[in-house]
Design a binder for this molecule. Structure first.
Ligand SMILES: C[S@@+](CC[C@H](N)C(=O)[O-])C[C@H]1O[C@@H](n2cnc3c(N)ncnc32)[C@H](O)[C@@H]1O
Length: 230
């Protein structure tokens, strides 16, 4: 990292996870929604990731975590038996509901905190989250995974994926085990956001202990993985 980068403390306040949770909430409430074009998915690495997502979720009663504006919800709804798509942001959920269109027979959108999945009603045999795990502080990995595994149950399938590239600028974060990026919005708002990058070895260390048949794809721009809850 270069010497002139700002530190996390310069950008935000002292309570790092409280500030991070708020930054995650506000930034993703306000930034333009992500929605890759169908045609682009035919020929990109992200398209390969989506194909594996659809394979893993086919015929399943799926729980989506942090659905955002619902681009993946729409793709999974094409193949799953049902989808409960959750997010903390009511604004994102409203957008996702609108974009889902009139055919919502197999999809429900619910507000839920990814760290309190026991509050989500329904019965699931699979769960997935895209562009979420990178934002989970390392100290909370186990908390998140325990909640996810308990909610879906042994034998359930899990699919997770995330980016391997930066969207914002790296922030110096001395003494922290997480990597932060500075995300900026039109109008000048600045949000320090945890955005961890993982190699295959670290993913295996994190997910291996709770998983059967763990398959990891460390791509160039994305990683994705799936497994059965052990
Ligand atoms: C990077 S976006 C990913 C959205 C979507 N999965 C996608 O791929 O475009 C992260 C999402 O996490 C949501 N979020 C932030 N904190 C959350 C929390 N504690 N529980 C659930 N969702 C949360 C945000 O509202 C946002 O929609």
């Amino acid at each position: 990292m270069s010497a002139q980068l700002e530190t996390v403390a310069q950008v935000g306040s002292a309570d790092r996870f409280g500030r991070h949770d708020l930054a995650m909430y506000e930034y993703y409430d306000r930034n333009p929604p992500y929605d890759p074009a169908r045609a682009a998915l035919e020929r990109t690495e992200e398209g390969l990731m989506v194909r594996r997502l659809q394979q893993v979720l086919a015929g399943r009663q799926a729980l989506e975590i942090a659905c955002g504006s619902g681009w993946a919800t729409r793709l999974v709804a094409e193949v799953a038996a049902s989808v409960v798509a959750t997010d903390l942001s009511p604004t994102r959920l409203k957008l996702a509901r609108r974009r889902q269109g009139p055919d919502r027979s197999r999809v429900r959108f619910l507000r839920a905190d990814a760290y309190a999945l026991d509050q989500v009603p329904g019965s699931f045999d699979a769960a997935y989250a895209l562009a979420w795990f990178a934002h989970v502080p390392r100290e909370r990995h186990q908390l998140f995974l325990d909640g996810l595994h308990q909610r879906v149950g042994r034998g359930g399938r899990v699919f997770l994926a995330d980016e391997r590239y930066n969207i914002g600028e790296d922030l110096e974060c001395p003494g922290e085990q997480d990597s932060y990026e500075l995300r900026c919005l039109d109008g000048g708002a600045r949000y320090p956001i945890i955005d961890n990058k993982f190699d295959e070895a670290e993913l295996r260390r994190i997910f291996g202990p709770g998983a059967r048949d763990l398959v990891i794809h460390p791509g160039k721009d994305y990683w994705w993985l799936d497994y059965t809850i052990a």
